[in-house]
Design a binder for this molecule. Structure first.
Ligand code: COA
Ligand code: AMP
Length: 636
């Protein structure tokens, strides 16, 4: 057997021994005696009686081990012209002080803190400060609108909100405080306090519950790490599901720390002292796991980048960073490289930089399309590794295990299941699919450490969204297949979730917003192919009787409405006014057919369809606007 297959098989045959061994590699205050248990949904829970603090494991422990003078964070912000280096000792001390400041505002173990910040070191300081106190953070991505923030505040019920005064988007400064004030006013639940980091680009106006970050910290005493149980929650991260209300994915502490530590070595091949760069945002799971927690747990330096792959100042931004900081492993979403390729197709800018420190490139967040894979593979002398995972799992489900044993890559495949993830493909009846046969990608329980512990205060939703369809298995929501060599191919979501520039959004949620417009009788929002962002949403809208016929005005209003309610990140910029939508005779909109039309796929017209002529009409409307497959046809 190969090293990979041996390791994988051990993890499946003897999960308790396998993960108990990995757990011994991180520092606990009290090592766990109970390794694996199951909750009422028959879902695995790990290390429930161990006691630790992830802030201690990621910061204090390394200072104690002599890493105090090593940089913990390199911060590079071309959008503001700033750079900073923070050592492990400085980071520990700043986190301890901010934890003291939060405690001064009443934050204790188990309390929630919502964080709405840009890519600044203080975002990491705030997250670690919560962890230090045993408080539960919930970071909200800065591209979300006040309404989305309000929904999360109402669900998480934070004692305190921590915010930056602004975010900087290339050449645009976005004031965050008005967004926060609006969100708090919309939320039925009100936090006690809001801490504001005043950035030099915008000075936020302070209100009755607001506190200045610097003033609070200046008066604070450092707080020690509070021991928490392995199964205590570290954070809630909201993610899009099928319905409008986002799901609060709950992450435990012990299993997460063990899994991240394991992944840094086995997947990313990172040793203490080396530099890891993940170009994402702290608001997404990639940011939580591979900007904030995993690199520091492993004693590595994390590069925190406030900028874009292009326009800051050009498509050489990533190459510059790799050279400047000696990055060993780099992780981003394929869309970032599509953006770079568009501006610099021959990668001429790469010639200006020495990127010999780079040993592997990792891509995830969306499917790595073969043209982007080949462009990178031809360009770079290092392995280009597609790996597949999701907010719920917290770390990769399938990857080429670069740190253990590299296998040849296959374009379009995330290679093999990662040890611990018993990935299977099931058909509609829940029976195992054959090799090469497409089906639902599921994970057989026990899921390994690090995966979601539940949906915040909604066990029923956890069960119905993930565990109900195939008893004994976690349903990932993705479709895919295994080939004859055991390589896993992920083909995309089987639900209403879409992936826009590596950002996960719900078309169901957009439909709710579009449908709330007074002129809209019915609508469907579908994800269509986009050459740069992978997918973008398009709204198909049937107006109400009495509509004045001004389609351009309606489109503008709907675009503004989605931007206002969900945020710019939804990239909702296309609306087609149609007379009818394809439906079953029972009135259900056939969204799958709409997606096939947009993808230019051939499909059989189902006998259950009410109005087959609607398909032709929509196809023509999309062609006219060069949407989806038609967009590419135009480009060729
Ligand atoms: N705060 C406020 N607004 C934000 C934001 C933030 N943190 N992030 C994005 N936005 C805005 C953008 O400015 C844009 O606004 P616009 O419609 O007025 O232009 C909108 O949200 C859509 O953003 P995005 O889809 O990111 O498009 P973009 O053109 O700004 O950038 C990419 C495209 C590909 C360069 C960028 O998405 C990218 O680098 N993605 C890859 C890395 C990544 O973040 N992956 C996530 C998970 S791994
Ligand atoms: P998120 O929860 O935001 O990380 O999004 C998770 C979803 O993104 C997955 O369910 C997949 O649909 C998609 N995804 C992430 N990584 C990959 C990948 N490497 N290949 C294909 N799809 C991916």
């Amino acid at each position: 057997m190969s090293r990979y297959h041996d390791e994988f098989q051990r993890s499946i045959d003897h999960p308790e021994d396998f993960w108990a061994e990995q757990a011994r590699r991180i520092p606990w205050f009290t090592p766990p005696t109970r390794v694996l248990e199951y909750d009422e949904a028959n879902h695995a829970r790990w290390f429930v009686d161990g006691e630790l603090n992830i802030c201690h494991a990621a910061l204090d422990h390394h200072v104690d081990q002599g890493r105090g003078n090593q940089p913990a964070i390199f911060w590079d912000s071309p959008v503001t012209g700033n750079k900073r280096t923070i050592t492990f000792t400085e980071m520990r001390d700043q986190v301890a002080l901010f934890a003291g400041a939060l405690r001064g505002l009443g934050v204790e173990k188990g309390d929630r803190v919502v964080i709405y910040m840009s890519m600044v070191p203080e975002a990491l300081i705030a997250m670690y400060a919560c962890a230090r106190l045993g408080a539960v953070h919930s970071v909200v991505f800065g591209g979300f609108a006040p309404h989305e923030l309000a929904v999360r505040i109402e669900d998480a019920e934070p004692r305190v909100v921590v915010a930056a005064s602004c975010g900087v988007e290339v050449d645009r400064v976005i004031a965050y405080k008005p967004i926060i004030d609006k969100a708090i006013s919309q939320s039925a639940y009100k936090p006690d306090a809001c801490v504001v980091l005043q950035r030099e680009q915008v000075t936020a106006e302070m209100g009755a519950i607001d506190h200045d970050w610097d003033t609070l910290v200046a008066a604070a005493s450092p707080a020690d790490c509070v021991p928490v149980k392995g199964s205590d929650p570290l954070y809630i991260l909201y993610t899009s599901g099928t319905t409008g209300k986002p799901k609060g994915v709950v992450r435990d502490t012990g299993g997460y720390a063990v899994a991240l530590h394991y992944s840094m070595e086995t997947i990313y091949d990172m040793a203490p002292g080396e530099v890891f760069f993940s170009a994402s945002d702290v608001g997404w799971v990639v940011g939580h796991s591979y900007i904030v927690y995993a690199p520091l747990l492993r004693g590595c330096t994390t590069l925190v980048y406030e900028g874009k792959p292009v326009r800051t100042p050009d498509a050489g931004a990533f190459w510059r960073l790799i050279e400047a900081y000696g990055v060993k492993s780099f992780f981003t979403a394929p869309t970032a490289f599509r953006a770079m390729k568009k501006e610099d197709p021959d990668a001429r800018l790469l010639q200006h930089y020495d990127i010999s420190s780079l040993k592997a490139l990792f891509l995830a967040g969306e499917r790595l399309d073969p043209p982007t894979f080949h462009w990178l593979d031809d360009l770079l002398d290092v392995p280009v590794i597609d790996h597949w995972w999701q907010t719920e799992t917290g770390w990769p489900i399938a990857a080429n295990l670069h740190g253990l044993e590299s296998w040849p890559t296959k374009a379009g495949s995330a290679t093999f299941p990662v040890p611990g993830f018993n990935v299977q493909i099931l058909d509609r009846e829940g029976k195992p699919a054959d090799t090469m046969e497409q089906g639902s990608v599921v994970i057989k329980e026990p899921m390994p450490p690090g995966c979601l512990a539940g949906v915040w205060r909604d066990p029923q939703r956890f069960f119905s969204a993930y565990m109900a369809a195939f008893p004994g298995y976690y349903q990932t929501g993705d479709g895919g297949y295994f080939d004859e060599d055991g390589y896993l191919f992920i083909l995309g979501r089987t639900d209403d979730v879409i992936n826009i520039a590596g950002h996960r959004l719900s078309t169901g949620e957009m439909e709710e917003v579009v449908g709330s417009h007074p002129a809209v009788a019915e609508c469907a929002v579908i994800g269509i192919h986009d050459a740069l962002k992978g997918q973008i949403p398009v709204g198909l809208v049937i107006p109400k009787d009495g509509f004045d016929g001004d389609e351009v005005a309606l489109e503008k209003e709907l675009i503004a409405l989605v931007r206002d309610q969900i945020g710019a990140v939804a990239s909702f910029k296309q609306v087609l006014v149609v007379n009818r939508l394809p439906k079953t005779r029972s009135g259900k909109i056939l969204r799958k057919l709409l997606r096939h039309i947009a993808d230019g796929k051939e499909f059989a017209v189902p006998s259950t369809i009410d109005d087959p002529a609607s398909l032709q009409e929509i196809h023509e409307a999309m062609m006219q606007r060069s949407l989806g497959a038609a967009q590419d046809a135009r480009q060729v």
